[in-house]
Design a binder for this molecule. Sequence first.
Ligand code: PLP
Ligand code: COI
Length: 341
Amino acid sequence: MSKSVNIDWNNLAFSYIKTEFRYVSRWKDGKWDDGSLIEDNKLSISEASTALHYGQQCFEGLKAYRTKEEKIQLFRPDQNAKRMNDSCKRVLMPEIPEEKFIDACIQVVKANEAYIPPHGTGATLYLRPFMIGVGDNLGVKPAPEFIFCVFCVPVGPYFKGGMTPVNFTIADYDRASPWGTGASKVGGNYAGSLLAHEEAVKKGFADCIYLDPATHTKIEEVGAANFFGITKNDKFITPKSPSILPSITKYSLMHIAKEYLEMEVEEIDVPVENLDEFKEAGACGTAAVITPIGGIDYKDNLHVFYSETEVGPVTKKLYNTLYGIQFGDVKAPEGWIVEVK
Ligand code: PLP
Ligand code: COI
C-alpha cells in the first residue's frame, strides 16, 4: 500500500506525476522473468538499444477507475494486452502473455492505491504499459533483450475543457503510411505527429486531423484519438482504414451506440468533403475519453457541427453511458470490467 498523497484531484491535467511503484520485467534468452515492482523511475539501458535508434518499442494506455462504492476497476485490459501483442508482432518484439500484462497492471494499481483519484472528480489513474528493445546492438535488427514496464499517473482531461467542444484543423502531414505501422501503437507514429500537432496548436486548434495517407481525401484520426460522426438520421459513423489505430474506446462506443442507444453503427470511409452529413462529431480514446468536436478547419473554412461551445445531445448520451460503465454506475457488458482486489 502506498503512502497518502497531496494532490488537487479536481485540477489534474494529463501530465506526468511520479507515483511510487512501477512494474518491470525483462526478456532474455527467449523468456520473460517473473517481473517485480520497483520504486526507481529510471531505466538503465545500453546506449546501443534498438528502442533508442530504430524505434523498436510500443506502448499502451488504459485507466483505473474508482467507483462510488470504493471499488477499483480496469476497463477492458484484455483488449490492451491483445493490441500490445499486435504491435509487438509488427516490430518483431516478444509477445507478453495476456495474464502477465493484466497482472502487471493490477500490481501497479494496488501498489499506487493512494494515487487513484476519488470518485466524482472525473479524474482517473492512467496506466502506461510499454516495451522497449534493449541490449548491445548496432545493425538494423531486433534487440537481444527487451524490457516490459507499466507505470501509472493520476490524470485529468487530455484536451483542456473535457466535454467542452474543441476545434481541429486538417493536417497536411501523415502520421502513418498506407501499409506502414499506423495500426500499431509504436512510438514512431507519435514522433511523426509532433510537428503536425505543434503547427495546429500554433494556429489556435486543439490538434490536427489526419487524412488517409494514400489519397488525402478521407478522415482517419483526430490527433491521438479516433473520429466518430453522428449523421442527421442518428447513425454512428467511424472511419475504417488499415492505417488507423484500432481504438478500444471506439469499438466500445460502437457497441454502446448499438446495444444501449439502439443506433445504427457503421465503420466506413469518411470523405472529408462530406462533413455536412454529420450533425455532431467527436474524438474518442482512453486519454481523450470523448472530446466533442466543435468545428473542423478544412481549406481555410471552419465547418461547425452542433456548436462550438456546447456538446450535442447524442455525443452527451454516448459519453454518459461510457463514463457510467467505466465508473461502475451503468451495467457493463460481460467481460469489460476487471475489478482490482
Ligand atoms: N488513435 C491513436 C493514434 C491513439 O494514440 C489512441 C490512444 O490510444 C487512440 C486512437 C485511442 O485508442 P484507445 O481508445 O484504445 O485508447
Ligand atoms: C491514450 O489514449 O491512451 C493514448 O495513448 C493517447 C496519447 C496520450 C498518446
